[in-house]
Design a binder for this molecule. Structure first.
Ligand code: F6R
Length: 621
């Protein structure tokens, strides 16, 4: 939620901030803004509701002459408190015009702080929780014990705030310096040559440096052009973890595609291949983890998967695979429900927390709850050093690379692959599969990237289907077995991108209610299981297709190459390569991603990377 950038260095702050916001716009795009601290002091701020393009237009109208300086902060917002208006956009400037701040997260005690400031006759210009931080800092700097001391004033303010926040503070009397802090929301330092960066993620500065520093919880960082200093909230020295960024710039750019999402769909073969790489060595699955030993895996008596959205759908597939391969009970739960339900957890429970961003607040809180109950936690995550892996006992990284499109595509397939690695590691440690069976499954898994590659050419066929579908009010997705999570994922993609009501059902549930929804011309997507898998599943879904066709639905059937049984009942047929049943979701999902993108465009939603009301990382509960 919200993208934040800070810069001090040799370049013009405006250029760096705008470029960083462009790269991080996927984190929130309700409004954006920047503040430039002139080299001789003086703060100039410009902000605008709506997408970043509105801010750029505003700057073009007013000119850049007043926005010159080598220190800058910037923000792209996903609104929590207050509507996305110009006033509520960040940066927020203090009553005396000397402090500018940007904030990501929620200041939970903002109401009493606001009342306190208002009693002091300080007038609020916005209805955000964030604005109080600017006024509190100005007041602390102007009067009392911390007067004239930027650092002491910032620490005093930070210690009064409750909730989750990344905050960047600037002060007109201290050009060339930014003081920032993080609690439960992300902040990374980028260390350049004569320039230092702050970003919600490395996309903010990847063009300029690969040297980054990850900050611990409740860490303050003071940056200037020569580098950075880390402090705890009490002012004592703190430590960070320096690391080298291994993404290249091209990975964060569109690379010739007209959207990140379409580019990311095409990157799926690599995402799955890279996620698998190095996890099967000398005939053995390697989880690559010190945090969980084979003994730990043997001692478990239950597995929980917690996640949200698409990651949750990947977790449903983990349940199918792990229960089938390992014969251990697996429960899967939406993270936001998990901790409030008092789940039964103990030291023999493994909780697998799946998260692309590693920042999702609901999943993070579920991890904390699980750990507090003594469970072991394994994170499956795409973002190096994010909070969820940091707080987990062990982590298995997916290697999908940066996912910028808000709707998850390649990260989802990489999560499915990673969940299968966990399943195989469990089967190996617990001896529920013989080594040659594990090798067979692994070899099967390794065939998937090439099959996805081949499947990508279904995009033209899918586009034709979207062209002929006409106006759609609602759409259903049906699957059985591992096709059910695929149906849920297909429906979620359509909802997110096309803003069309869509629902995924287990096809067997149809007769228990949803069949009442079927009417003339209603499009229904059916994911047909492999005819080489469980025979009864295949034949039952063929019957389901006939039932809905008989009631006037138009069927879009996803079926394996060579499966001719469905041809008579399909208005449109999309072929996917043959595979074993358990691997089919890694293929069947791909045409549904294209379908959602194409239908979205037909509905006039051209910016599929940034669906309305959404943000890439949901760092509030
Ligand atoms: C859907 C989507 C979301 C995320 C969910 C979890 O396309 O992207 O449903 O899957 O918000 O996010 P992470 O995986 O970052 O925890």
């Amino acid at each position: 939620m919200c993208g934040i950038v800070g810069y001090v260095g040799k370049q013009q702050g405006l250029d760096i901030a705008l470029e960083a916001l462009r790269r991080m716009e996927y984190r929130g795009y309700d409004s954006s803004g920047i503040a430039i601290i002139g080299d001789d002091g003086g703060i100039q701020s410009v902000k605008r509701a709506g997408q970043l393009a509105n801010l750029v237009d505003k700057i073009s109208e007013t000119g850049r002459d007043h926005l010159v300086g080598h220190t800058a902060i910037g923000h792209t917002r996903w609104a929590t408190h207050g509507r996305p208006t110009d006033e509520n956009a960040h940066p927020h400037v203090s009553f005396d015009g000397k402090v500018a701040i940007v904030h990501n997260g929620i200041i939970e005690n903002f109401a009493p702080l606001r009342e306190e400031l208002e009693r002091d006759a300080i007038e609020m210009k916005s209805v955000t929780d964030s604005e109080v931080a600017a006024h509190l800092l100005a007041r602390a700097y102007n009067d009392g014990e911390t007067a004239g001391d930027f650092r002491a004033s910032a620490l005093a303010v930070l210690n009064r705030l409750e909730g989750a926040f990344t905050l960047l503070f600037t002060h007109a009397d201290h050009p060339g310096e930014i003081i920032a802090a993080r609690r439960s929301t992300p902040l990374i330092v980028g260390v350049g040559d004569g320039e230092t960066f702050l970003g919600s993620d490395v996309a903010a500065f990847i063009e300029f440096t690969r040297d980054a520093v990850e900050l611990g919880q409740d860490t303050v960082v003071v940056i200037n052009s020569d580098g950075y200093e880390l402090l705890n909230f009490d002012g004592s020295p703190a430590e960070g973890r320096p690391f080298t960024i291994d993404w290249d710039l091209a990975a964060a750019e569109k690379g010739g595609y007209d959207s990140f999402m379409i580019k990311e769909i095409h990157e799926q073969p690599a995402a799955v291949r890279d996620t698998l790489a190095g996890h099967f060595v000398d005939g053995r699955i390697r989880l690559d983890e010190d945090g969980l030993t084979d003994d730990d895996l043997r001692n478990l008596d239950k597995v929980y998967v917690v996640a949200c959205g698409s990651a949750y759908h990947s977790g449903l597939l983990a349940k199918y695979a792990i229960e089938h391969w390992v014969r251990i009970p697996v429960e899967i739960e939406v993270a936001s429900e998990f901790r409030y339900r008092d789940p039964i957890l103990d030291k023999r429970t493994l909780v697998i927390a799946v998260s692309q961003s590693g920042e999702t607040a609901d999943t993070l809180e579920a991890v904390r709850h699980a750990k507090a109950q003594g469970a072991r936690v394994l994170a499956v995550c795409n973002t190096n050093g994010a909070q969820i892996p940091r707080e987990s006992d062990a982590v298995l990284y997916t290697h999908a690379g940066p996912e910028i499109g808000v709707a998850s595509t390649k990260a989802f397939l990489a999560q499915v692959a990673a969940n299968y690695i966990v399943g195989l590691a469990l089967a190996q440690a617990r001896g529920t599969k013989y080594p040659d069976e594990i090798t067979d499954i692994w070899e099967d898994l390794e065939t998937i990237p090439a099959k996805i590659e081949k499947l990508l050419s279904c995009d033209e066929k899918v586009a034709q289907i979207a062209d002929t579908l006409g106006a759609i009010r609602t759409m259903l997705f049906l699957g059985r077995g591992v096709g059910f999570p695929v149906a849920l994922e297909g429906a979620l993609k359509l909802k997110e991108l096309a803003y069309i009501h869509a629902e995924g059902f287990p096809a067997g549930e149809l007769k228990h209610g949803p069949i009442a929804l079927i009417e003339e011309d209603l499009p229904v997507v059916v994911i047909v299981p492999s005819p080489n898998g469980v025979k009864v599943l295949h034949s039952k879904i063929v019957s389901n297709i006939q039932e809905i066709r008989a009631r006037g639905a138009k069927t879009i059937v996803i079926a394996e190459d060579g499966d001719t049984s469905v041809e008579p009942f399909a208005n449109w047929l999309i072929r996917i390569p043959e595979s074993s049943s358990i691997m089919q979701p890694l293929l069947a999902t791909v045409p549904l991603q294209f379908l959602a993108a194409d239908i979205a465009r037909h509905c006039g939603n051209d910016d599929i990377d940034k669906p309305r009301n959404l943000a890439k990382s949901v760092t509030v509960e």
